[in-house]
Design a protein around this ligand. Structure first.
Ligand code: AMP
Ligand code: ZN
Length: 497
């Protein structure tokens, strides 16, 4: 099996993944800004994060995963301009910023659960000498860590203090006319794309805020060595990733839109503070777009959310399957009909699982011919997460099972689903338990009818019923056994060997 390969935005190439410590992967993902519901574009980003985490696990790695929650400092422009997004919603809704964040965090977690996106556990409150290496952590709970990193940047000469804030000295970091490592754009391009608000305190318009001072209208403020204020957006990711995962990460993820500003700035902050490489692999998902290629974004105002699919009676996991049906690096067009088409495929897989289970094929090991499928599935996953090809392999295997009349492939299918996360096993168990509950009730009724037939000495009817009971019991994994006293009881069938 070829080792896992992934496209590294730092080198613009698909590379073999080799972690810093054998067997362990430190993985940081830029998480949600919690001032509105996450739209389906955002959820595509988290499906990608979850698929990557599953792929690493599929390859036997122990994945230490940290995701941040931005609940302060993200301004209405990705640079420093505008209003704090959380505070804007808080003012509009008459709530505190914490209440706004709590509300949308709960919604985010609910949507992730519906999409089988496994989030790391909530970071424990308070200071820990050795914080856990898997954590969902809030910016507002990590202000001290941010202040510490800003202090290191200033001490190393890459940050400077002014009355309006502490700024990062971009020219000094990159050198005059330097090119951003990740975005490979000149400062003037970056300046043009960001339309930075030029504070007169900044040495250069490219400089960005690490800590903002003297903004009395900002609701969230903390004390710092430079005065009362609040962090810039980018510093939280440098601070939290390094606090939980160490100064050099294996993998850092985010959407493509993070390349030119947020990730460039994270690299600058972290490396100027530590002197070490920040992340060894930067991975980025492409966008989910509207049918006409229109960007789906929170700021664009109208955006589909998971609740829209649920209201339309669509299984949310059909959306997950839509995401898997495209390469994570390709733009994906969203439409309800595209999700519905995926739902049909999901139903087809569910039906296959039920058929396989009922056929009794699961009592045996999977057929040997499934090995080739497992191998090519793994191969495609290791080839820069080629989920569309992997999905095609799954459907091909099911097709072949039907053609051969040999459905003993369920274990392999469920193994595939450890990566795909389509919830096949859960729905199979649900349908089986429903089927079983109603089947057992029917069986009980038949038993009682047979007792009555025997009591009235209608042995012909009793014998007919026995045949029916045997068939029904067999389907449910039971058999009817006569016991002394002329009665018969249901006992679990002995498994075939
Ligand atoms: P935000 O909550 O705006 O900070 O975004 C959360 C994540 O969603 C980031 O990784 C973004 O890059 C990503 N993202 C935003 N819009 C889209 C989209 N339309 N398609 C895919 N990813 C997106
Ligand atoms: Zn980030």
């Amino acid at each position: 099996m070829k080792p896992f390969q992934i496209y590294n935005s730092l080198h613009r190439a698909v590379e073999e993944f080799v972690p810093l410590k054998p067997g362990i992967v430190t993985f940081y993902s830029c998480g949600p800004t919690v001032y509105l519901p996450q739209h389906l574009g955002n959820m595509r980003a988290y499906v990608f994060v979850d698929t990557l985490r599953r792929a690493l696990r599929f390859n036997g790695y122990d994945v230490r995963h940290v995701m941040n929650i931005t609940d302060v400092g993200h301004m209405t422009s990705d640079a420093d301009a505008g209003e704090d997004k959380i505070e804007k919603t808080a003012r509009a809704q008459g709530k505190s910023p914490r209440e706004v964040a709590d509300f949308y965090i709960a919604q985010f977690k609910r949507d992730c659960a519906a999409l089988n996106i496994e989030l790391p556990p909530d970071a424990p409150a308070g200071d820990h000498p050795k914080p856990p290496q898997s954590a969902l952590c809030r910016a507002t709970d990590n202000i001290d860590a941010m202040i510490a990193v800003i202090g290191r940047i200033v001490a190393n000469g890459y940050g400077y203090v002014t009355p309006s804030g502490v700024y990062f000295d971009v020219e000094k970091w990159r050198g005059p006319g330097g090119i951003g490592r990740l975005a490979r754009q000149s400062l003037s391009d970056q300046y043009a794309s960001q339309r930075l608000e030029h504070s007169p305190d900044k040495k250069s318009p490219h400089d960005f805020a690490l800590w903002v001072l003297n903004q009395p209208n900002h609701l969230m403020q903390w004390d710092s060595p430079w005065g009362r204020g609040y962090p810039g957006w980018h510093i939280e990711c440098s601070a939290m990733s390094m606090k939980y995962l160490g100064e050099t990460l294996d993998i850092h993820s985010g959407g493509l839109d993070h390349i030119p500003v947020h990730h460039e700035n994270e690299i600058a902050q972290s490396e100027s503070a530590t002197g070490h490489p920040f992340a060894r692999y930067f991975v980025h998902n492409a966008f989910l777009v509207g049918m006409e290629g229109a960007k789906i974004s929170k700021s664009a105002g109208r955006f589909p959310v998971l609740d829209d699919l649920i209201a339309a009676g669509i299984n949310p996991l059909a959306f997950r399957m839509l995401c898997l049906g495209a390469k994570y690096r390709s733009e994906l067009a969203f439409s309800i009909s595209a999700v519905e088409a995926m739902e049909l495929k999901l139903d087809y897989l569910d039906e296959f699982c039920r058929n396989a289970q009922r056929s009794g094929a699961t009592d045996f090991e999977d057929a040997a011919w499934t090995n080739a499928y497992l191998e090519s599935f793994h191969e495609e996953i290791n080839q820069d997460l080629n989920t569309p090809r992997a999905l095609a392999i799954v459907l091909d295997m099911v097709g072949e099972a039907y053609r051969r009349g040999d459905l003993s492939v369920l274990n392999t299918l469920l193994r595939f689903d450890e990566l795909l996360g389509l919830g096949l096993a859960e729905r199979l168990n649900e349908s089986l338990s429903e089927e079983r509950a109603s089947g057992l009730l029917q069986l009980e009724n038949l038993q009682q009818e047979r007792e009555r037939a025997r009591a009235s000495r209608d042995f012909k009817r009793a014998d007919e019923l026995r045949v029916q009971i045997n068939q029904q019991a067999d389907r449910l994994g039971y058999e009817l056994r006569d016991v002394p006293g002329g009665r018969s009881i249901l006992t679990p069938k002995r498994r075939r060997s």
